[in-house]
Design a protein around this ligand. Structure first.
Ligand code: R5P
Length: 288
């Protein structure tokens, strides 16, 4: 678990908190740690079950403040609701803004997160928000595994800049795929690719994997185009029911993610999943 790994790196331990439910279903938070210091680090990715994690995070921060904590460092490695960062269709909520406000119900002194979906999101926070990048881990992992036949593929316009930086760090070219998602159905289609990839070893770079729709669709296109192999680097492992099974059957080889969200086996075992830990980097950021 990431929180324990961070505590270990900080040479401390996890504080004691009781999380339970009132009979009517409401969350109940009770800080049982006998003494709290002036500073507390609260680690909570807004992963599934997202709403529960969101409420628990807010209640934990409140309970800590009421017990005497003066400064809260919020470590939210995966900022849930950050995909709905725009009103894509009239009538939709600007969820990222609403959830950012909820998270700041108790004032936070610093927020540490990873690979935000949109670089404008820090503007929704009053406290300094440190947006760390998983790229350095992926570069380290792949640098001795790539050769002159390798290219980085950006699966959509949103991933273009980070893919280009990743490719640059590895000394590779970047290929752009034009992916579209239907806002109503969520269905992913690809409408083109910027260059011929026949015979190349492809490394897809994305911020997250959820349904796997993006990877499956893009990898099918790449396979049709005759690539030699496909590997993936994605920061957030947000697999839903069925994602793992679909990925196991896809032409994708290795998938490398981080532990911003704890990968959990749901029935189907991952064939080739490598998890890199961000704990040390977060600990360094906490220590300042
Ligand atoms: C899209 O903008 C994101 O960067 C990801 O490509 C996308 O959210 C991945 O989701 P899924 O696995 O459901 O296609």
């Amino acid at each position: 678990m990431l929180a324990s790994r961070i505590a270990k790196k900080l040479e401390t331990r996890l504080g004691k908190i009781e999380l339970s439910r009132f009979p009517n279903g409401e969350a109940r938070v009770y800080v049982t740690e006998p003494r709290v210091g002036k500073q507390a680090v609260v680690v909570q990715s807004l992963s599934n079950p997202v709403d529960r994690h969101l409420v628990e995070f807010c209640l934990i921060c409140d309970a800590l403040k009421r017990k005497g904590v003066k400064e809260i460092i919020a470590v939210i490695p995966w900022l849930g609701y950050s995909l709905q960062d725009k009103v894509f269709r009239v009538g939709e909520a600007l969820s990222t803004k609403v959830v950012s406000k909820m998270l700041q119900t108790v004032s936070l002194d610093k927020v540490i997160t990873y690979d935000l979906h949109n670089l404008a999101i820090p503007g929704f926070f009053e406290a300094p928000l440190i947006n760390l990048s998983g790229r350095e881990f992926f570069v380290e992992y792949f640098k001795n595994k790539v050769d002159e036949r390798a290219v980085v593929v950006s699966p959509d316009a949103g991933a273009a800049k980070s893919s280009a930086r990743f490719a640059n760090d590895l000394g590779l070219n970047v290929v752009y795929v034009n992916k579209k998602r239907d806002f109503a159905t969520g269905k992913v289609t690809v409408q083109g690719i910027s260059q011929n990839v026949k015979g190349l070893k492809v490394l897809i770079k994305d911020d997250l994997i959820s349904t796997g729709g993006t990877l499956i669709t893009v990898s099918k296109l790449l396979k049709q185009q005759g690539v030699q192999s496909i590997e993936v680097a994605a920061t957030h492992h947000l697999y839903v029911e069925g994602t793992q099974a679909k990925l196991n059957q896809s032409p994708i080889g290795n998938i490398v993610v981080t532990d911003t969200v704890e990968p959990r086996v749901r029935g189907v075992k991952a064939k080739k999943l490598k998890v890199l830990s961000v704990a040390e980097k977060i600990a360094e950021e906490i220590e300042g």
